[in-house]
Design a protein around this ligand. Structure first.
Ligand SMILES: [Zn+2]
Ligand SMILES: [Zn+2]
Length: 335
């Protein structure tokens, strides 16, 4: 089969590799759509814990091609996606159902071969039916499941006044979910015009540009600050400023992935004096089923988040498009 293999950091090669062999409890899936995300960029750059050679790709959908003999819930021809994170099942965190903190977490497209290929093999217990969702939408279930998990970790008060930094694909999923979760208002700050326009279309109550006046603008929108402040940029300087915009007793959600070794300065006294709470959320944990329900019931629109589609052979162009910032979600179509 055709696959995009990262032979090493920054060394992608399209090549012919054997179709993955499946075990008795696995599915072989013909990949129809596979999203590129920030994690893939980190893997590409060699800044992640992945080892090479590796076929990346952890946000995907496709059609079941073949099933192992113990597989019960799937048949060839079924339209599916899969949760890429595979816990060891044995460690303390797996035992208490917190598999995203598994001490030996495996992830499709990160520690084992992923979806930037014609076929991928996954264990049956990680696969989900997608019904009549489009393959493009279904390849966004994984990032939506991460957003669902993040909000499950964060107690959002009904009627909250919410501020989000960053209107990329994740920021706009957070925005839609927070509205549904009971926020009375969601304000979003974004530097790029195309992303601000999309934030407006998808229902942000206020969209604020980054032009040097944003601090005054945000103060005028809420004198006493916001109940919930979310970072979806992964930029440490932005995260460092979040306390300024939080109301006393407010919640800060550090959602965007900052570079691993960066640090920020915050005042512990301020956290104490102002009753602030800081939350983090890593990846997802058993949240594929609710993410699929949110899409099937049209609570969240992910269709508008897809801006570009490329063939497998165009991976480097796809990556460049993604890094240019003039895109939203970029997907590959191996088929
Ligand atoms: Zn991802
Ligand atoms: Zn484990």
């Amino acid at each position: 089969m055709k696959a995009l293999v990262l032979e090493n950091a920054r060394t992608p090669v399209i090549k012919d590799v054997p179709v993955p062999e499946i075990g008795t409890d696995d599915l072989l899936i013909r990949v129809k759509a596979a999203g590129i995300c920030g994690t893939d960029v980190h893997i590409y750059e060699g800044e992640y814990f992945s080892e090479f050679p590796l076929i990346p790709g952890h946000e995907f959908s496709g059609v079941v091609e073949q099933v192992g003999k113990n597989v019960r819930a799937f048949m060839p021809g079924d339209r599916v996606t899969a949760d890429p994170n595979i816990g060891c099942g044995k460690c303390y965190f797996c035992q208490i159902n917190q598999q995203n903190q598994c001490e030996q977490l495996e992830a499709v497209g990160v520690t084992r071969n992923g979806a930037f290929a014609e076929y991928i093999a996954v264990p049956e217990h990680k696969a989900f039916h997608i019904g009549d969702l489009s393959f493009q939408d279904a390849a966004l279930i994984e990032p939506l499941a991460c957003v669902v998990y993040g909000l499950q970790q964060t107690p959002i008060p009904i009627g909250a006044d919410v501020l989000i930094f960053g209107a990329g694909p994740i920021g706009l999923m957070l925005m839609q979910m927070l509205k549904h979760a009971g926020a009375a208002r969601v304000v979003i700050v974004e530097g790029r015009e195309n992303r601000r326009a999309l934030a407006n279309t998808l229902g942000a109550h206020h969209v604020v540009a980054v032009d040097g006046t944003e601090r005054d603008m945000l103060k005028s929108l809420s004198q006493t600050g916001f109940d919930v402040v979310v970072d979806a940029t992964g930029i440490p300087k932005v995260v460092e400023q979040m306390t300024i915009y939080a109301r006393n007793r407010g919640i800060l959600l550090y959602y965007g992935v900052c570079p691993k070794n960066d640090t920020i300065r915050i005042s512990p006294y301020e956290i104490f004096r102002r009753d602030l709470k800081i939350y983090g959320a890593f990846a997802l944990c058993n949240t594929f089923a609710p993410a699929i329900r949110f899409l099937q019931n049209q609570v969240v629109n992910v269709t508008s988040l897809l801006s570009h589609t490329f063939a497998l052979e165009e991976f480097e162009e796809a990556l460049a498009t993604m890094r240019s910032g003039n895109s939203m979600k970029v997907q590959l179509q191996p088929d």
